[in-house]
Design a protein around this ligand. Structure first.
Ligand code: NAD
Length: 276
């Protein structure tokens, strides 16, 4: 076991799949204690089994909860304190995609769902942690996960992109406000990764597989994100395939004291898709 996160106690949201799952595993390998939160219990069960197979169960507690619920967010913090005695890292990966609607065809319920989960959820889980960090004078790191689209835009998926742009602003405000208290707030901006958020067939006819989004039109790549993901165009002689482990490495850095002088910053981990 490595030791980069010795002394760190983290809540990782969205821990049941994709990047949150990969980050949970890396955190445990780096000797972090982790409360793994997800709103899908079966995914946390699978994580528990995987962690047992790695002989890392002693530092893992799972919590089935929803980041849109104030009670669940508060309960996640209580779970960490009860299980591990404190909390000093929030690594917030839970998120949902929209249906790649353009603004003119966007349904109110789709907008409300995505904003509630991605933007309001980011605020709620951060607020619950801050209510513990501040009175207890905890030196802490908050990591929010947005998207390269938050700063580059997209031709569709406006609810998702707006939710991630709002989360960038939320992170900036919290970084300014709480940096003086020793609480750093940074973001990770992934590009397209072939995780369940992009490939879930449960989306049905409104799913991304039916409608790609041309993103980053100024870039040399000039491809839709759907093409990038589904055609496997990442995997060539020159390009490395996007893998959640590439995000997990950034999340370890931001949680660790190696990034102690980084506040209000961003790690963009997108294979260069944002090159303009
Ligand atoms: N995959 C990509 O291409 C991509 C690109 C840019 C940004 N992101 C962002 O990265 C983060 C992680 O995405 P991923 O690709 O690992 O997705 P994923 O779908 O594989 O994992 C997300 C997890 O979050 C959980 N979740 C969703 N809503 C929740 C809620 N309200 N409360 C608790 N848990 C909830 C899901 O059950 C799932 O297990 C998300 O915020 C996503 O928006 C992903």
């Amino acid at each position: 076991m490595a030791d980069r996160l010795n002394g760190k106690i983290a809540i990782v949201t969205g821990a049941g799949a994709g990047m949150g799952n990969a980050t949970t595993l890396e955190y445990l390998k780096e000797n972090c204690k982790v409360v793994a939160m997800d709103n899908k219990a079966d995914r946390l069960d699978a994580l528990t089994k995987e962690v047992a197979g790695l002989d890392l169960s002693a530092n893992l507690v799972t919590f089935t909860g929803d980041v849109t619920s104030n009670a669940d967010c508060d309960k996640a913090v209580e779970t960490a304190v009860e299980a591990f005695g404190s909390l000093n890292v929030l690594s917030h990966f839970a998120g949902v995609m929209d249906y790649f609607s353009t603004a003119d065809e966007l349904a109110d319920e789709d907008w409300d769902f995505v904003i509630a989960n991605n933007l309001t959820g980011s605020m709620k889980i951060s607020r619950s942690c801050l209510k513990y960090f501040l009175p207890n004078e905890i030196i802490a790191s908050i990591i929010l996960v947005t998207s390269n689209g938050a700063v580059q835009g997209s031709t569709s998926g406006v609810a998702y992109i707006a939710s991630k742009g709002g989360t960038e602003s939320l992170a900036q405000c919290m970084a300014f406000e709480y940096g003086r208290s020793g609480i750093r707030v940074n973001t990770i901006q992934p590009g397209p990764y072939a995780t369940s958020i992009c490939l879930d067939p449960a989306w049905g006819p409104k799913a991304m597989v039916n409608k790609g989004a041309a993103i980053h039109r100024g870039s040399g790549y000039n491809k839709s994100s759907r093409d990038w993901i589904l055609a496997g165009e990442w995997v060539t002689e020159r390009f490395v395939a996007a893998d959640p482990k590439h995000i997990a490495g950034g999340a370890v850095y931001l949680a660790s004291d190696e990034s102690a002088f980084m506040n209000a910053g961003t790690l963009r981990i997108d294979g260069g898709i944002c090159l303009g």
